[in-house]
Design a protein. Structure first.
Length: 94
């Protein structure tokens, strides 16, 4: 099953959008960034082992704080696409 279908089934996408604008401590923000880096690098290794290329839709805030990760995604032969600046629902934009 495709990853985007799994995410949709689990309702994770909705949870991410619901969290936009929530204020969290700098320490917790750093923790989340570290988790994102580790899990994405694991995914890059798994994709490389399977000789599969993917498109990574990156939120601008992530790219700003972790440009090395974005470069590594690109260097590994994957497509990097923009997913906006933050993960705000399109329905909430004016």
């Amino acid at each position: 099953m495709a990853l985007h279908r799994i995410v949709k089934q689990l309702g994770i996408h909705r949870d991410i959008e619901a969290a936009v604008g929530i204020r969290i401590s700098p320490a917790l923000r750093a923790h989340y960034r570290e988790r994102l880096d580790l899990s994405t690098r694991w995914l890059l290794e798994e994709l490389a082992a399977a000789d599969v290329r993917a498109t990574f839709f990156i939120v601008g805030q992530i790219a700003e704080h972790n440009p090395d990760l974005i470069r590594d995604i690109h260097r590994a032969g994957h497509e990097v696409a923009s997913h906006g600046w933050e993960h705000r629902s399109v329905l909430r934009l004016t």
